[in-house]
Design a protein around this ligand. Structure first.
Ligand code: ADP
Length: 163
């Protein structure tokens, strides 16, 4: 039986912290689906969902068992749809814990057979978040070392198109 996992998130934009989690999770599972959530509550967005998917595909092109897709609606439904038995999430500081704890318990209540698996951030990425990268990029700072190379290119393009 192929063991599949889904790694959901906003990825607006994807960072080196996300890529680190993807690379580590891809080693533990036969297949990993990175799911970009079309979250209507989180707006306005920096990169469009299509740009985020393109950025993630560029960043993960060296990983043959990783696919990238977008989804809408309940995560546990999406996990079941793609045949995943696990949800991957990353943990940075204690600040992540409360939200992740709540989401894990809700998802387990909704679909008890889908297990949530946490990866602790690598120390060199522990300060990274999409919101920090967005802020640095919008204010004209150097975000290049915070994101995978293919992602930096897409951010550059999007920034140059913004009024
Ligand atoms: P969401 O809006 O679902 O939290 P994010 O794109 O912000 O989406 O994050 C997706 C997942 O990646 C979350 O589990 C988050 O904790 C994790 N993550 C984000 N940045 C890092 C990082 N630097 N190191 C480890 N995990 C991270």
């Amino acid at each position: 039986m192929r063991r599949l996992a889904v790694y959901p998130g906003s990825f607006d934009p994807p960072t080196l912290g996300h890529l680190d989690i993807i690379e580590r999770a891809a080693k533990l599972f036969d297949g990993l689906v990175v799911g970009v959530g079309r979250n209507r509550a989180k707006k306005p967005c920096f990169l469009s969902v299509d740009d985020r998917c393109e950025a993630l595909r560029a960043a993960t092109s060296h990983l043959s068992n990783v696919t990238v897709d977008s989804f809408e609606g309940l995560l546990v439904n999406y996990a079941t749809e793609v045949g995943a038995t696990a949800i991957i999430r990353g943990l940075r500081a204690t600040a992540d814990f409360e939200y992740e704890f709540q989401m894990t318990l809700v998802n387990r209540r909704l679909r008890h057979e889908v297990e949530t698996v946490f990866f602790m951030t690598s120390p060199e990425h522990s300060y990274l978040s999409s919101s920090i990268v967005r802020e640095v990029a919008i204010l004209g700072g150097d975000y290049v070392g915070m994101v995978p190379p293919g992602v930096a290119e897409i951010i550059r393009r999007v920034l140059s198109e913004k009024p």
